[in-house]
Design a protein around this ligand. Sequence first.
Ligand code: SPV
Ligand code: MG
Length: 672
Amino acid sequence: MKALILNSGTGSRMGDLTRTHPKCMTEIGGGETILSRQLSLIRDAGIREVVMTTGTWDKAIRRAVEDTGLDLRCTFVINPIADKTNYIYSMYLAREVLADDDILLLHGDLVFEWRALEKLLQEAASGMAVSTSLPLPDKDFKAVIHDGRIEKVGIEFFEDAAAAQPMYILRRADMAVWMQAIVDFVERGETRCYAENALNTVSDRTTLHPVDMGAWLCSEIDTPQDLETVSERLDQVRRKKVYMCFSTDILHAAHLRLIARAARLGQVTVGILSDEAVASYKRFPLLNCEERKEMFRHVAGVHQVVEQESLSYRENLLALKPDFVVHGDNWKSDFQKPIREEVLSLLGQWDGELVEYPYTSDPRFGALEGRARSELALPDSRRARLRRLIAMKGLVTAMEAHSGITGLIVEKTVVHEENGGAHQFDAMWISSLCDSTAKGKPDIELVDMSSRFRTIDDILEVTTKPIIFDGDTGGLPEHFVYTVRTLERMGVSMVIIEDKTGLKKNSLFGTEVVQTQDDIEHFCEKIRAGKRAQKTRDFMICARIESLILEKGMEDALTRAFAFVQAGADAIMIHSRKKDPQEIFEFVDTFRASDPVTPLVVVPTSFNTVTEQEWKQRGVNVVIYANQLTRAGFPAMQSAAETILKAHRAKECDDFLMPIKDIIRLIPEDSD
Ligand code: SPV
Ligand code: MG
């Protein structure tokens, strides 16, 4: 598509204002001239080729175009007898450069708001800007409309007419028909009339539709009075408030294009989604909220940047009361639908408008997201993230994973709430119980560390979330230091070791089996050795206290907790196998009374009625769902095996099996 701008006229009705420059160079506020504004809007609409007709002011106009610095290819067509002819002759002279293309035709003195141009360009056939809500002008163009088509354009029509502006989108076939009529007129010597006179003779062979601009700004400037009115309206347009929200940490062309379009609607406020809100529905942001705010602050067209704390726009919209909210149209149908509905109902309170642009699903942008995820999987990035999540959210949740596939389930499962919120696990727990169970072995430190590391590696390979490793007793201090270094190197965030010694049994057996608790000093020495061995500041060693499991009493549990923190433990896990959470609550309350900072970890397998929200209120920082995937998966497998054995075929169990295509969806073939 090319733009054709008619600038051959002298603009004599502007008086003094056009003594030293052509009308198109008249200033209209905001550092813009009519010309520079037209050109930059055209450029923002994605048009790169401009044909401009000029006359006596040719040189000045060429210089003004160059001064805009816009990357437009501009062809100038001089009308040497502009003072004796009308623009019908200028168009005639430009006929060759206008052939075989769609043309956006504008008079050089037209000032319009962005929405007018956008709406015109959205017209699939040819269209002309009209307004059915403005009164018919005496002297300016009017369009005669019948059955949704424009039949005549001129200043003399008042019947079935609407106010019209010389702003057209002309599809190439219609342009060719009109141009042929122009050629006929000019060759007959009719060069002083409007080009529209030629159009009116062939309009039955064109499909020119009225594009109703209502009360939007779209006006020619003919007189100093017009200039004053239009500049005032333009000022109001520029001061409209536009709001848009971003979660991205990678800016690409589609974002910049969206911002450029939004900036045409007014002053853009960008809401940057908080880290917590981003992590809740997407992935952990590579750049934190402050860094993302800084990035957007420097983007052209952004007026101000604020934080948006939740996925809901409510708080920021109520504070700003914007005229427009701009968003991609993807949220009409995806999980953000409730958020969109809330935005619409809020905007309705003050006559605001939701402007949606087609969502760009360029595979290259998807690839960028893939790269961001790979970044999150790198050891340094992954290891550090658990501490960051605890600091950011107060409470993080970890779900058990014991293989690549269970890792993927923890990685990818997201639930969307009715209000548009979302929820997913923050981290993965590599349980000794589940790792051993997957190998058909008892949870007695029989599965050796090399094998446990192999499990971690399988999970690391296909996920990005932080890992908490169940280190059992940690073994001998001399062995534990190697474990710490290896885990740290792999990118694991935390190891939890329990204060037991000898043949370890699973805690959920409690006192039904013989289990020996380590003595405090010996266990403290193991913690100290581990802390000395680690190389980074991110890695965490968590001391797990078995006093309640082994019925040694609250005081013993608390004494140990304080001693272990003193020895350097980065976190404390308190465990119980009672259904009633009271003893855990008591421990947490008493511990928190003297230590408000050391993170507390719980594994609510038996005391499972307490909600995450309550744990958080009580001062717990990590909730581990230690074995639920294993316990969900193995009965299903057992039942499939029994069903097949009974039926002597597989058909009967098909109903409760995952379709193969879902497995394929869960496990993409590319390495992203
Ligand atoms: C595990 O998941 O292996 C644990 C937690 O250590 S528990 O089974 O509750 O002891
Ligand atoms: Mg364990």
